[in-house]
Design a protein around this ligand. Structure first.
Ligand SMILES: [Zn+2]
Length: 117
């Protein structure tokens, strides 16, 4: 399909939407595509209760793809549900304390399949 004003004085070569320069001169960085998320129902989160030194328990959630999930936001959600502190470390969510059941129910509520141990 030819451009609407092709051959007229309004005919302009394509320019970049962001910097306004000719596309041939544009040096804008390529647009980073939105990460592709994996539907929760296609994933199985592994839940584990781990004992830490000084007798502390930590509930961990692993086996979730860091690219396919917004683990930062999921960690925040779980911390709120459990009313507890937690961190995201190497793609594994750690929630302080024994919150296996709460975490399990929260994940199931979102749609994840879960597996203990
Ligand atoms: Zn540009």
């Amino acid at each position: 399909m030819s451009r609407l004003f092709a051959g007229t004085k309004w005919d302009r070569p394509p320019t970049c939407d962001r910097c306004g320069k000719l596309e041939s001169e544009c040096t804008c960085p390529p647009i980073v595509p939105e990460p592709v998320r994996i539907p929760p129902e296609n994933q199985t989160a592994r839940l584990k209760l781990e004992k830490r030194p000084k007798g502390k328990s930590v509930t961990t959630v692993s086996n979730l793809d860091p690219e396919g999930n917004d683990l930062v936001s999921l960690t925040a959600t779980l911390k709120t549900k459990c009313g507890s502190g937690g961190t995201l470390k190497d793609g594994v969510i750690e929630i302080q304390g024994d919150h296996l059941t709460t975490v399990e129910n929260a994940l199931k509520g979102i749609g994840y399949k879960t597996k203990r141990g």
